[in-house]
Write a protein that binds this ligand. Structure first.
Ligand code: HEC
Length: 715
């Protein structure tokens, strides 16, 4: 998904694209919806008591002012003869703008959610009613004015302007404090990069082990706001101190003879080959000490060693099994270890990939070259480009155990911020609501574990909590809307769940408010112009069965939309994994990394089974040249075969999306999005022809992208 920052309105095309193609915030929401019967979350009861006003989105502060500067001038210019004081009715051109405003709203002559359908627009088009020039042109002017009014109050754009609702004070990320409570296993680290700098040309080695291997950012390498670097072109390479790795690991006298490389990365695509160098300690394409590389869906681990038969290039590689597709284009925790006993091992997202080293382990690393350079994203000679985001890298002079690897996977990556939103205005002095907030990815924030604090817990109701970004309530991801609990303690844990909210334009300036429908005896019912939100639900250990049941439901939904039996062994295995990936202790970070992984993996297995089976795929897609090579089937980006591309996209849309995604993309958008995906996947077949297998792989890729995100609303 690159550095593109998504707008705060999730109904926008970009956001839907992100969803359809598997960006994490939508896919993640798939983990949610389902039984929502936590103690604090007693359902959806509509508040009925207490003082307060009904929240009317057309009547938010600024709305009348917006009317006065957009639509009102047109009405007073062109309709004033009859609609100021009669004979025309209503009096929406009344000289008193307040009267005009009330009249036009009270009689529903505008539709802010859908300006073209506004009565004042239709009246001119359908009835040629008193147009001043040409009816279509005039109606368009009125429509544009209604739209401008709606825009000014964020109406119909996927959000409700919060105006003066029951809301907390607003905070930015910078107003929070960093939460450092979770423990990693950091013993034996000899080099480490957290990429917290956020600016400049150097990423510093923060291990404290001298000499430091500080990394220079060269070429198209940019900083991520949530810690990390994005490599589009170029390389990130050690400026000095590279020899430390040789001395600590390989040197016959001072070296440990074993090592671990741990990384949190997001592969930008699954099309790169080379292998593309993700992390390397090498000199050129033929000489290396170790390298973690990418070959499409596979991780490739090379290690140089002394006899029996390991070359100076670290080959033969230990490469993850093709069909497992362990490498994915989303955030992954990848750990490679080497020791003389077990040889090379690769762990992805806390689990050993079960790929066994093809050569018996070289017992010594004495032939490592101490003059090689450590680098990320490319070979030192810059001819094996990898693309993606690197959020953390550490090197150990020990081979970590599986348990230590799991611990670090569970600890997660990135900055977690504790934010305390003041609500003393509504609930009395000293009252606040606290959230753990993190930047989940470049498109979204994650809000977790709300806790209510107050010195006067007098039993009042707290209900229906939403998160606003820059004054607008996102229509998706409002996982806390169902909260409804009396406040009887000074500290009330409202939920142990997380929700993922789309970002605004800039994390540095985005402002958050927490909005309530009930608080401290005040009430403010919010009417949303959009379908009910998708919910990310996390369950604490106390009730693990709920989580499992939700996954079961996702599995059943996937089975029903694809027509593939959930009992296919590969699917069953993926499902068992998914169940096991439920956090053993409640922990947001493990949720981020593992559940989300599980959903995509499950989708992948279903799509694999669907496309592999000739009868099933024909039922699903109709007859399609699955056994022809991909360029002939899909065409290249410049000369797309739209008929074939649409056939696949339409089938996926009709079976998986048409049945009601929360934020439903249109068929046109989905065709375009999937076609873009096909372009990428077909690209590598243009030079060197691919076989028909690849056609099927492309359809699987499209299917997985849609299925993983469609899971959002399938139950
Ligand atoms: C020459 C007088 C006259 C002018 C100018 C005029 N109207 Fe009207 N309008 C009327 C009368 C009379 C009615 C009530 C009878 C009816 O419903 O058509 C009316 C009613 C309406 C209604 C409400 C009835 C319905 O069908 O929803 C709308 C909306 C409306 N006018 C829009 C406009 C707009 C917009 C303009 C300015 C471009 C405009 N009118 C200019 C005379 C006028």
């Amino acid at each position: 998904m690159g550095t593109q920052s998504l707008p705060s309105t999730p109904t926008s095309r970009a956001a839907r694209l992100a969803g359809a193609l598997g960006a994490t915030w939508l896919a993640l929401a798939a983990a949610g919806c389902g039984d929502f019967s936590g103690a604090a979350d007693s359902g959806n009861s509509t508040p009925t008591s207490g003082p307060g006003t009904v929240f009317d989105p057309t009547n938010v502060p600024g709305s009348r002012e917006a009317f006065e500067t957009t639509l009102y001038p047109l009405l007073t210019q062109y309709c004033v003869n009859c609609h100021a004081n009669g004979p025309g009715s209503p009096q929406f051109a009344n000289p008193t703008s307040g009267t005009a405003y009330t009249e036009i709203l009270a009689q529903n002559k505008v539709n802010l959610a859908d300006p073209p359908s506004s009565r004042i627009v239709r009246k001119l088009i359908d009835e040629q009613h008193n147009c001043w020039s040409d009816c279509t042109t005039d109606a368009n002017m009125l429509e544009a004015a209604v739209q401008a009014w709606a825009d000014a109050i964020h109406f119909g754009q996927g959000g409700v302007s919060i105006g003066e609702t029951l809301s907390s004070t607003s905070l930015r990320l910078a107003d929070g404090t960093e939460d450092t409570s979770v423990q990693r296993y950091d013993t034996d680290i000899i080099a480490r990069w957290d990429f917290k700098e956020g600016a400049g040309a150097v990423a510093f080695d923060t291990s404290g082990v001298q000499p430091s291997i500080d990394l220079a950012l060269q070429g198209g390498v940019t900083w991520l706001t949530a810690w990390g670097v994005q490599i589009d072109t170029g390389i990130v390479q050690g400026m000095s101190g590279n020899r430390k790795l040789y001395d600590r690991i390989a040197d016959p006298k001072t070296g440990s003879g074993q090592y671990t490389v741990e990384a949190w990365i997001t592969n930008a695509s699954t099309a790169l080959e080379g292998p593309a160098r993700i992390i390397t300690y090498s000199a050129n394409t033929n000489a290396r000490n170790f390298t973690l590389g990418q070959v499409m869906y596979q991780y490739d681990f090379r290690n140089r060693g002394v006899s029996p038969d390991v070359s100076g290039n670290g080959t033969p590689s230990l490469i993850t099994y093709d069909a497992d597709q362990d490498l994915q284009d989303r955030l992954q925790h990848v750990v490679i270890t080497y020791d003389a006993l077990r040889g090379r091992r690769i762990n992805v997202d806390g689990k050993w990939t079960e790929d066994v080293d093809p050569v018996s382990p070289p017992p010594r690393l004495w032939n490592w070259d101490r003059n090689f350079t450590f680098a990320l994203g490319n070979e030192i000679t810059q001819d094996r480009q990898w693309k993606g985001q690197v959020r953390f890298v550490a090197i150990y002079d020990r081979a970590l155990t599986d348990a230590q690897i799991v611990q670090n996977f569970n600890a997660g990556v990135g900055k977690r911020i504790s934010m305390n939103f003041d609500v003393s205005h509504w609930a009395g002095p000293g009252s606040s609501i606290e959230f753990q907030v993190s930047e989940f990815d470049n498109a979204s924030y994650m809000f977790c574990n709300p806790i209510f604090h107050t010195p006067q817990p007098s039993g009042y109701e707290l209900a229906h909590v939403r998160i606003a970004v820059n004054g607008t309530l996102a229509p998706t991801g409002q996982g806390f809307v169902t909260l409804d609990t009396p406040i009887t303690d000074t500290r009330t844990v409202l939920s142990q769940r997380c929700t993922v909210i789309p970002k605004g334009p800039d994390p540095a300036t985005d402002e958050f408010n927490i909005v309530f429908e009930d608080l401290g005896g005040f009430q403010n019912v919010i009417t949303e112009p959009v379908p009910p939100p998708a919910v990310v639900q996390l369950d604490p250990t106390a009730r693990p069965t709920y989580g499992v049941r939700d996954y079961a439901r996702i599995r059943e939904s996937m089975a029903s939309v694809t027509g593939v039996s959930a009992l296919v062994p590969a699917i069953d295995a993926a499902y068992q994994d998914l169940e096991q990936q439920l956090p053993s202790t409640f922990d947001v970070r493990s949720f981020v990394s593992s559940q989300q992984v599980g959903i995509s993996k499950l989708a992948l297995e279903f799509c694999d089974a669907l496309v592999e089976s000739a009868p099933l795929r024909t039922t699903f897609f109709g007859s399609f040249p699955f056994t022809t090579e991909p360029v002939a089937v899909f065409g290249a980006a410049a000369t797309p075969n739209t008929v074939n591309r649409n056939q696949i996209a339409d089938a996926l849309y009709n079976h998986m999306v048409g049945s009601g995604l929360t934020v439903q993309p249109s068929l046109t958008d989905m065709r375009a999005d999937l076609s873009g995906l096909v372009d990428t996947l077909v690209a590598s077949c243009l030079g060197t022809p691919c076989d028909a297998e690849r056609t099927q792989a492309i359809v699987k890729g499209e299917c997985t992208a849609v299925l993983a995100s469609a899971a959002v609303s399938m139950h």
